[in-house]
Design a protein around this ligand. Structure first.
Ligand SMILES: [Zn+2]
Length: 1028
């Protein structure tokens, strides 16, 4: 699990989930009956382990049984979802409804992970990552609750983790120094120098400054604050950096006492482990020690926002976007409508469908009114149905528009909604949405329990019966019935909730050159005010606490207190072989695998032409090609008809760039495109018909304006992703210096690609681009160099393969032979690089992202497993401390990827130089085995096995072989090597590859201007354009 970090207010995820209402995905349809039997004895009214059963319910469409229980002594609620899924999940959720923007809930979330009664160890989640086979661990602060979930497939691990979680939540130490470290503090810039400036520091303080450096985040937060001004949602639950320093330690203690009490807690367990022992454990470990306090539940209730009698309008500002293709088009405007209370589950279900009908895809009225207008770059942030607040809302608008077009956009929305309220929607569009829902109930994600829990929390937090939210079929049936009885139902709802809704907000955001400056000034004023009030004693105290905190950070942690799995006994030396077969159909290799897919057929194709014939100038256009190939119309279908059929008959058609490193040879790699889709069994021939159309005749010339619009949408999305994935971009950019596959990746998904999209987005017409796209289609979309894979139910494999055959035979043949396909690369020795310039990509973020890459060895090499363990070891035992705990970065570490590249990274990092030193020193640290213990090696192994033994969904079985060419034998050898790695091995590979780097990059820094890099000739400064 890479990039582990606590996420605050994981809005995008929650929105996505709630925007589509429920996205539950079934695991297997076969064996849940057996699991249900075990619990058949549990009836409403039964009492066990201090609980009483309140609801017992079956949800056959999701293959699960649900049990809702009350804990009698404390009033805690427990929901158990029994399902034949080995990836068991646990979560505890507390309703945290802050009354201000000090970020108290968020800081408390951090602080509860700084040590607890039984485990006085900082960051137990990070530490448990290395003592567990967890498939997910994290904590989230949302606007109205805080959620602590984990999942694992191992029973012993489940109870280890549950103990740590329960102790952290209910019995945290909450020490004042930890408050200073995690929340905020005044401290000398240089801790050891009492003459140096005193500044604000703190993990959450810095984290939120990072969050507020993105215009999209500012917009989304402000939207929620302004739409619900009289409720808890008016506050910034993550913490406003200018308000955080108002929070006192005592307030936080009190917040914990009132909110983290069992009477205000909701427990959820999911999977195939038995319920009874969960209940006994939780009752014994936590609940027993508390008594009911109804006050705590009542006082945390989120009040409803009273409805406005007339619409409101607000204007806010943000920093200018340095990546905007048109600097004079940086305004965002939207209209948001407050909808129904979430307790009205069915009404919200209906409204979420209406919202999809209104805005999803080129056939929807708002898409046609807004996106097709070409006025903006994309929908405004947070567009769609949002269900993460107590009252749901719908938001729609455009970003990247000219300020003069604001009123036009507002009018266009009004008009589109009025038209929809008169005309309604074509029946096939409603069917397409219901089809998507049907498919999504059968589709399987690899953390099903977690997805379910996050969905349910949004209604359970407000004391509604969570099980009602699971019953997709009930909602669909009732919806169909209501629509039949009243064909004007949707039109009426649009009138009621949109046209005549007086609770609506027009929110406009404009860039201001002074935004950052003003923010910095405000922070400085706040700081000056604090400094003015300091007495001599205070100053002494600040100096001493700085020293004390540093000392505490350097203290050796008693990690051994934490429970752990044991490599020898808890990790098997064998693993399940992949059930795959390969056959040739019309000269095309087709891999197939019979899987319990719940009636879905999954298809993938890799197109791997001879890239030595592939013109280099087309490479930067590949990601655009993938984005648009299914959106322009194909064959007899124009783009709207094509979209309608894709929605109605498939789970979508996706294309992406395919680059995979050779498992055994440096600088050999395969590149091309990968195309994926899935559908219900009954639609398989339709799916292939649509694919054939796209392969043979994309309608590139239908609508250049629309293509330009698609380019602008992609460009806007990429620009927004930069601050979220800065460390990934930095790593990828640095790896590009190693050439080969790494350079190709950078060109197609790195900073270079962001830049290429931006330059395409600023074109006046898309016509010059079209020629390139046509060339790509001509070179790639044919069966000559294709291989396919099918995963389906055993009973449908035969017919599926027949459909594949028809598909292959329906494809165009190239007129000229493309020649023997071969991998690219030099196949030479690894060249040594003497010196390599560092790159600073100047972007006005609040913090920095770093990356540096070293080429080591390919996957099948003996040393690969050793380096893999080394990267995890040094991340957990060295870089975490140096970069995060001491350096104040949000995260950092080392990764060793499938291509054999060892990369260092850090993100939201305030201390660039210190981190670069830590990268270098970490190699020396590894090269001396007295720095780590056998237990440390075991922990690194466990963390690697989290990845190796991660659950593989039926849809993904065999893909490692199909995509990466990694056979079961290679996997087996890798597994054995991992298990056998010793301390001496680590020392040896560290000396060989990391201390004496051969092929390596310079450091890549993405972040704001700084004087040090500007004046240092070792740094290449790249400003304005991210890539030149
Ligand atoms: Zn946080």
């Amino acid at each position: 699990m890479y990039g582990f970090g606590r996420h605050i207010r994981c809005l995008s995820r929650l929105n996505l989930v709630s925007g589509r209402y429920l996205k539950p995905k079934a695991y297997t349809s076969v064996s849940s009956a057996a699991a249900v039997d075990m619990h058949k004895t549990l009836k409403v009214g039964h009492q066990l382990h201090g609980y009483e059963v309140k609801v017992v319910d079956e949800v056959p469409e999701l293959c699960l049984s649900a049990y809702l229980l009350d804990h009698l002594k404390t009033g805690a609620q427990h929901l158990h979802i029994q399902r034949d899924d080995n990836n068991n999940m646990f979560g505890v959720s507390l309703r945290t409804t802050p009354a201000d923007s000090t970020g108290v809930a968020h800081i408390l979330e951090h602080l509860s992970l700084c040590g607890s009664e039984k485990f006085p160890v900082r960051d137990p989640f990070f530490k448990m990552l290395n003592r567990s086979l967890t498939t997910f661990m994290n904590a989230f602060t949302t606007p109205d609750h805080t959620f602590y979930p984990f999942s694992t497939q191992n029973l012993k691990d489940y109870y280890n983790l549950m103990t740590v979680y329960l102790d952290a939540v209910f019995f945290p130490l909450l020490q004042p120094l930890d408050f200073n470290q995690e929340g905020w503090r005044l401290e000398h810039q240089d801790i050891n120098d009492p003459q140096s400036d005193i500044i604000f520091k703190g993990v959450v303080f810095n984290e939120m400054k990072g969050v507020f450096s993105s215009p999209a985040a500012i917009y989304v937060r402000s939207l929620q604050n302004h739409l619900f001004p009289d409720t808890t949602y008016a506050n910034e639950s993550g913490g406003d950096p200018l308000v955080i320093p108002e929070l006192k330690y005592e307030d936080l203690k009190e917040f914990h006492r009132k909110h983290y009490h069992p009477s205000n807690a909701r427990f959820i367990t999911y999977g195939n482990f038995p319920l009874e022992s969960h209940l006994a454990f939780i009752d014994d470990y936590v609940l027993n020690r508390f008594n009911l306090n109804e006050n705590f539940r009542n006082s945390t209730e989120a009040r409803n926002q009273p409805k406005w009698s007339k619409p409101m309008r607000k204007e806010i500002q943000s920093q200018p976007d340095p990546l905007a293709p048109f600097p004079d088009k940086q305004t965002t405007v939207s209209i948001s409508y407050m909808l129904e209370d979430k307790s009205n589950t069915h009404e919200c279900f209906t409204l979420s469908i209406i919202c999809s009908l209104l805005m999803d895809g080129p056939n929807s009225p708002l898409y046609q009114a807004l996106i097709d207008s070409g006025l903006g770059s994309d929908y405004s942030p947070n567009s769609g149905f949002a269900g993460y607040t107590k009252q749901a809302f719908f938001s729609i608008g455009l970003q990247g528009i000219a300020k003069k077009d604001v009123n036009f956009v507002v009018k266009a929305i009004d008009t589109a909604l009025k038209n929809a309220s008169n005309d309604g929607f074509p029946e096939e569009r409603i069917e397409a949405i219901l089809h998507r829902l049907e498919l999504s109930t059968k589709y399987q994600t690899n953390n099903y329990g977690l997805g379910l829990a996050m969905n349910l929390n949004s209604i359970w937090t407000h004391d509604c019966n969570p099980i009602v939210g699971l019953k997709v079929n009930d909602h669909v049936n009732r919806f169909r019935k209501e629509l039949k009885q009243n064909p004007k139902l949707l039109e009426q709802k649009i009138k009621e909730y949109f046209i005549s809704n007086t609770h609506r907000l027009v929110l406009e955001m404009n860039p201001s050159e002074d935004f950052e400056k003003n923010l910095r000034e405000k922070e400085q004023n706040l700081l000056n005010e604090k400094l003015r009030k300091l007495s001599k004693e205070d100053l002494k105290d600040i100096y001493n606490k700085g020293i004390q905190l540093e000392k505490q950070q350097n203290d050796k942690q008693k990690v051994d207190i934490l429970p752990t799995l044991v490599v020898k006994t808890d990790i098997s030396r064998s693993f399940d072989a992949t059930n795959v077969e390969t056959t040739q159909i019309s000269n095309t290799s087709v891999q197939w695998s019979a899987q319990p897919t719940n009636g879905i057929t999954y298809f993938n194709a890799i197109l791997k032409p001879n890239f030595s014939n592939f013109p280099q100038h087309l490479v930067p256009y590949l990601p655009l090609f993938n984005q648009v190939a299914t959106k322009l119309g194909a064959g007899s279908l124009d783009r709207k008809q094509l979209d309608q059929e894709i929605q109605l008959l498939t789970g979508g058609l996706q294309m992406s760039v395919h680059v995979t490193d050779h498992p055994s040879q440096f600088d050999l790699f395969e590149k091309g495109l990968i195309i994926s889709s899935h559908c219900l069994e009954r639609n398989i021939d339709h799916m292939f018909r649509l694919l054939t159309n796209i392969f043979n005749s994309i309608r590139f010339d239908d609508d250049y304006d629309h293509l330009l619009q698609l380019i602008r949408i992609s460009s806007a999305e990429l620009a927004m992703s930069l601050p979220h994935y800065g460390q990934r971009y930095a790593m990828q950019r640095s790896a590009a210096a190693l050439g080969g596959a790494f350079k190709f990746r950078e060109q197609t998904s790195g900073l270079s690609s962001v830049d290429h999209f931006r330059s395409m987005a600023s074109l006046e017409s898309s016509e010059p681009v079209v020629e390139h796209l046509k060339s790509i289609a001509d070179l790639l979309l044919n069966s000559d160099s294709m291989r396919c894979s099918i995963n389906a139910e055993a009973s449908t494999i035969r017919s599926s393969l027949q459909s594949v055959e028809k598909f292959i035979n329906s494809l165009n043949k190239r007129t000229e032979p493309i020649g023997e396909t071969q991998e690219c690369g030099n196949n030479g020795d690894i060249p040594a690089i003497e010196s390599m310039l560092n790159e600073h990509h100047v972007l006005p973020f609040a913090n920095n992202y770093l990356g540096k890459s070293v080429y080591c060895t390919p996957f099948v090499h003996n040393d690969y497993a050793k380096l893999k363990i080394a990267a995890n070891l040094v991340s957990a035992k060295y870089l975490l401390r140096e970069v995060r705990e001491k350096g104040g970065a949000y995260g950092g570490g080392a990764k060793f990827n499938l291509g054999g590249v060892y990369s260092y990274y850090s993100y939201r990092d305030p201390n660039v130089e210190q981190t670069i030193d830590a990268f270098n020193d970490s190699a020396q640290w590894l090269a001396n085995q007295s720095n780590y213990s056998e237990q440390d090696i075991d922990e690194a192994k466990l963390s690697v096995f989290q990845e190796v033994d991660h659950p593989i969904m039926p849809s993904e079985q065999g893909l490692l072989l199909f995509v990466n060419g990694i056979t079961d034998q290679m996997r087996h050898d890798y597994r054995m090597r991992l298990l056998d790695v010793t301390k001496a091995d680590i020392e040896e590979v560290a000396k060989r590859y990391l201390v004496n780097e051969k092929l390596h990059s310079g450091v890549v820094l993405i972040g704001p201007r700084n004087d040090r890099t500007l004046s240092d000739p070792k740094w290449l400064i790249i400003e304005d354009k991210p890539n030149n």
